[in-house]
Every structure is written in C-alpha cells, then in structure tokens.
Design a protein around this ligand. Structure first.
Ligand SMILES: Cc1cc2nc3c(=O)[nH]c(=O)nc-3n(C[C@H](O)[C@H](O)[C@H](O)COP(=O)(O)OP(=O)(O)OC[C@H]3O[C@@H](n4cnc5c(N)ncnc54)[C@H](O)[C@@H]3O)c2cc1C
Length: 459
C-alpha cells in the first residue's frame, strides 16, 4: 500500500465518516450487495454532502488513489467498490424532495429506489425505475433504468431533467438540456464515467394504486406462454408494463407449499391505473392461456409491487449476471431458454425479458448515450444462490446460457446487467453510433480516467 499524505486532514475535514481497515465497522461498510464480490478498499469516505464529495475527489486524485463511486452498492460486478483505493460512498446522501405542483423530484445519490417510491407515493407520483426496491437509484439511472413504467414513460434517464456533478478536477457543475449539454447527454446511459453525481432532478408521473403482480404457470406451458406474450406485447396498452421470466418457485413462504421448487414461466406486470381497467387489460392473459398455478395479480399501492421481491433477495447472496438486448423472440430462442431453465443451478436463478418498447422508442438513438432505442427487451440471466460453494456452478450456467442465447440477441447489452469487464468491443456494440461521442466527452471531462471503476469508456 502506498503512503497517503494528509489522511488526518482529510478525515478531519469530512462532515461524514472516513472508514479504514483498522476501524470498527469496516467489514460492514465494505460489504456489497453481491456476496460473490469481496473487495478491500483502502478507505471508505461516507460523504454527508457535496463538500465532502469535492474533498474526496480532490484527495483521491492528488494521492493517485483508485476511486470507486458507490450509490446503492447493488452493481453485479461490485463496481461501487475497489481494492486498495478510495470508495466515495454516497449512501448517507439520501434526501428526496417532491415538488407536487411541478411534478418533479429532487433525489440524493444515496437513495434506493424504495426511498424514492416511498416519498413520491404520498403525492400519487412515481419516477420510472426498476423492479427491486433496494437498488440504488444513482447507478440504475446512470446506466438507463428499466421497470414497470418504462413502456409508458420511458427509461429512468428519459425522466431525468438535470444532475449536479463533481468532476475529476473537483469542479461542481450542473448538467441539463441547457447547461453542459454534452455532459447531460453522456450521463444518460454512460454510467459513472464522467463524475460523481450528487443530485438528480426527475420528472415524476402519476402512479398510485396499480393493478399488478405475478402470474405463474408450470414450465410445461412455457413455450405457449412465451409465444403468446411475444404477440401480445406490441398490442398491449402502454399503461401495462409486463415482463416474462423463467424461474423456480422458491421453497419459502408465502408461496403455497405444494408448488415449492416447481419450475415455472411467469408473467409479472402492472396496469398503472384503476383496478377495473387493469382487470380488463389482464383479461386476455387469464382467458387465452392455460390455468395458472398461482395468480397474485390484484390492486395494490405501487410501492408494494416495487418492493414485492425485496425479501426474497437479501444482501449478500451470490450473483452472476449476464445481459443482452433482444429484438425478436423466435421459437429457436425459446428452445434455448427452455433448455437452460431446466438446468438452472439453483431455485433463485432466473431469466427475465424486460420490455424496452413503447416510450423508449420515441427517443432517438442519438438523443441520449443509451442507444438501443429499437430493441424490444433487455434480457437478464441471473444465477443466484446463498451458498458461496456454488459460485462456480452459477458462473458456468450463466456463461453457457448467455453463449447459447447470443445468436438471438441484438449485440450489446445493458451496462447495468454486465458482469465485470466485458471488453471494449462489447461496450462499442452497446453504445453503437454513440461510442465515439462518449469517448470525446470522457476526454473533455475526465481526461486522466480518474473515474474508471465502471463499464469504462476510455478517454
Ligand atoms: C436485485 C437487483 C435488481 C435489479 N433490478 C433492476 C431493474 O429492474 N432495472 C434496472 O434498470 N436495473 C436493475 N438492476 C441493476 C442495477 O441498475 C445496477 O445494479 C446498478 O448498477 C445499481 O446501482 P447502485 O447505485 O445500487 O450500484 P453501485 O454498485 O453503488 O454503483 C454502480 C455503478 O454506478 C456508479 N455510480 C453509482 N452512483 C454514482 C454516482 N452518484 N455518480 C456517478 N457514478 C455512480 C458506480 O461507480 C458504479 O460504476 C438490478 C440490480 C439488482 C442487484
């Protein structure tokens, strides 16, 4: 480990906390959501405010420390931390301020999606984001952000109005449609490459009681359900956000014991609006498909759906992720999915296809850094289990499933579903025609690549 000058001054100057390996609470502070990743940073700066972030960036840069930025710490490959470097941990910066008159929400970078849902729900509003409440809003947004409201309101970045950013040289800037427009463009999909975002301003949309939840069928109906769903989706009203998944019923409450461990195909979704309209929207599913083994779709507050899966996926499980964009779902692709569903290495392992149609397509490919505006789904393959001894089996299944599915994918994938360094070629495929522009913007705002613990766009 190198010597770091002025660490005492740095510590004293922080309004938040500096945690080093010798400090109590270090192991807890460095723990990531993905238990497969075990990183040992040299220090963790738990920032209380923007001043702390500026100090941390300056300190890290001046001492040649590797810097990782941490929002919710949910990232698959653990890019919210690093070995032997400085973690700028934003988790204490949690404020959410809803402006109901203008339907906007100011969000601190330490918020989880659940924090935002909780605050906005009181006003009958929501920011489109993901499907698990514990996910950090910062990393999710900077990568794109897909969830139940995506078909109607677009990606999370499509509701981003402005962001405050601390740059590599320690300057503080605001990026929006009329200030630092190039940076604003790059932040919308380009990940944490350009600086530390210290505040997000989002447009919020009406969402209060929804009609939604999961419907499950035995895997023997998976082909029929997937074929039906691929025809249904383009015709489905945009107020209906619905994804398909291949999974196993967890052997746990509240699932009925008689279906524990059963392989299944699931449609999980929500109608954003009154229950009577939702029932009509879900009627074809109930009428045209075989009887489900479990149908939990009903009226509930939007945050209840958003947090529905949180208890099943606590922090510390082993996760191995693979992702890709998908345009079509031919029968041959369904064959691959069924083959791998039958070989899943654990009950928790899954494959989901999240829709990226509707409002996502109304934004041009080059209007934001996120470029797969003509895709139909963002596919995730997630191999998950509590047991570290299963890590290799999870990786093997995830990799070989992804290889087998690749001929049916669009090239490139969602940066938030990548596992570690998938190489420049993959990032180029992901950003397509936007890659060169991203590189130029990186060169302008972070020429020394200070922020490189991410899906890295090299300057
Ligand atoms: C259980 C689970 C469910 C998920 N569901 C969804 C989903 O429904 N939809 C979806 O789109 N994604 C989903 N994701 C993926 C999620 O978007 C990524 O894991 C994302 O990276 C999480 O962000 P974070 O802030 O929690 O992560 P971190 O690990 O804290 O950070 C992730 C990356 O973002 C950078 N970063 C974080 N905060 C900042 C900041 N303030 N400024 C600059 N850079 C920053 C970090 O440097 C790092 O590179 C899910 C992930 C999990 C584990």
């Amino acid at each position: 480990m190198q010597d770091t000058a002025g660490i005492g001054d740095f510590r004293a100057g922080l309004r938040g906390q500096l945690i080093e390996p010798k400090d109590q609470g270090y192991d807890e502070a460095r723990a990531l959501y993905n238990g497969m990743i075990d990183k040992h940073p040299r220090m963790i700066a738990r920032c209380a405010d923007v001043a702390d972030v500026i100090n941390a960036v300056n300190f890290g840069r001046d001492n040649d420390l590797l810097i990782a930025i941490r929002g919710g710490g949910h990232n698959g490959p653990g890019l919210g931390s690093c070995d032997d470097g400085l973690v700028i941990d934003l988790s204490p910066m949690k404020g959410v301020r809803v402006d109901p008159a203008n339907r906007t929400v100011r969000v601190g970078p330490g918020c989880t999606q659940g924090d935002v849902d909780h605050a906005t729900h009181a006003f009958g509003l929501a920011v489109p984001a993901g499907i698990v409440g514990t996910t950090g809003i910062a990393g999710l947004t900077l990568g794109g952000g897909t969830g139940y409201l995506t078909r109607k309101h677009g990606l999370t970045i499509d509701s981003l109005i402005e962001a405050d950013v601390v740059l590599a040289d320690g300057r503080f800037v605001t990026a929006s449609a009329d200030q630092n427009e190039d940076l604003f463009w790059a932040l919308r999909g380009g990940g944490g490459n350009f600086g530390v975002v210290t505040s997000f301003l989002f447009r919020a949309h009406p969402a209060s009681m929804i009609y939604g939840g999961p419907i499950l069928w035995d895997i023997k109906h998976a082909r029929q359900v997937m074929q039906w769903y691929r025809e249904f989706l383009p015709k489905a009203p945009l107020d209906m956000g619905i994804f398909v998944g291949l999974k196993t019923v967890l052997s746990a409450e509240p699932f009925p014991k008689e279906i524990w461990g059963r392989k299944i195909v699931a449609l999980i979704g929500a109608w954003n609006g009154p229950a009577a309209d939702g029932e009509k929207a879900f009627a074809p599913i109930r009428k045209e498909l075989p009887p489900a083994i479990l149908d939990w779709v009903g009226p509930m507050p939007f945050p209840a759906l958003q947090g529905m899966f949180d208890p099943f996926f606590p922090k510390g499980l082993q996760w191995y992720w693979k992702g890709a964009y998908v345009k079509e779902l031919p029968d041959k692709a369904i064959d691959v999915h069924l083959e791998y569903a039958m070989e899943a290495p654990s009950e928790m392992s899954l494959m989901h296809l999240y829709p990226i149609d509707g409002a996502v397509h109304r934004v041009g490919k080059d209007e934001t850094a996120w470029s797969c505006r003509n895709g139909t789904w963002s596919m995730v393959i997630a191999a998950i289990d509590p047991d570290p001894a299963k890590a290799n089996a999870l990786k093997r299944w995830g990799r070989s499933y992804w290889d087998a599915a690749s001929p049916y994918t669009a090239g490139g994938g969602y940066v938030n579903f990548m596992m570690g360094d998938e190489g420049d070629a993959r990032l180029k495929a992901t950003y397509g025609g936007n890659f060169d522009r991203l590189t130029k913007i990186k060169r302008k705002y972070d020429p020394e690549n200070l922020f490189r613990v991410n899906q890295n766009i090299k300057p």
